[in-house]
Design a protein around this ligand. Structure first.
Ligand SMILES: Cc1cc2nc3c(=O)[nH]c(=O)nc-3n(C[C@H](O)[C@H](O)[C@H](O)COP(=O)(O)O)c2cc1C
Length: 191
């Protein structure tokens, strides 16, 4: 993973992929799928996510004030559905990473496990907005570090064409996804 300039961090999620959001607090860690995420600002880099009140991961986010985002690929859809379909609190180990043997890398600027095999990582600090959080389940956060896999993201652009299984995925509902399609570029000056 290569560090990305924070002013370009939004580009990792601008195309709307489903992400995996992880958090760690008081000796507990958890991870959940989050389709409802989007960039919010360039500098300082910010994003927003919607985290339902039933989610155990949300409790860890509230406790730590931080979370990690891992951008999974087509080859990780089983993991996406697994961590997005059951709460850690329902597992015997209470730990999805142990339960599904998920390999992680520690975040650099916050305390959170980031999922290996992902093509992008964002490290985030919550900007506390209690009204939005309690009324709309909406969490705004500043991105304090960003990384991407050079094989599919370089010069500020995704390029998946030579790496089919590394394409990111978009969620509709009920287990249905799209993979990110082929890219094309329009020169702004010619429009
Ligand atoms: C593809 C997918 C996308 C999801 N997107 C969201 C979302 O945007 N926000 C949310 O609160 N839950 C979302 N969920 C549900 C959570 O991931 C799910 O409730 C998870 O089991 C919570 O786990 P936890 O209780 O261990 O945190 C999604 C689930 C799937 C399968």
């Amino acid at each position: 993973m290569k560090p990305i300039q924070l002013k370009h961090a939004y580009r990792l999620i601008n195309h709307g992929p489903v992400v995996l959001l992880s958090a760690e607090h008081a000796g507990m860690r958890d991870i959940m799928a989050v389709a409802w995420n989007m960039p919010l600002d360039f500098e300082p880099a910010r994003l927003l996510v919607v985290l339902d009140k039933t989610s155990n991961t949300r409790k860890l986010v509230e406790g730590s004030g931080t979370f990690g985002i891992s951008i999974p690929t087509r080859s990780q859809v089983n993991t996406i559905m697994s961590v997005g379909s059951i709460s850690a609190s329902e597992l015997p180990s209470k730990d999805k990473f142990l339960h599904w043997n998920l390999a992680t890398t520690p975040a650099t600027h916050i305390q959170a496990p980031l999922l290996n095999e992902s093509v992008g990582w964002l490290e985030c600090k919550v900007i506390n907005e209690p009204h939005n959080q309690s009324t709309y389940d909406l969490f705004i956060a500043e991105i304090v570090a960003a990384y991407a896999d050079e094989r599919v993201f370089s010069n500020g652009r995704w390029h998946f064409d030579d790496h089919e299984e590394m394409r990111t995925v978009h969620y509709t509902s009920g287990g249905s996804f799209f993979t990110t399609g082929s890219s094309f570029h329009i020169d702004k000056k010619t429009v």
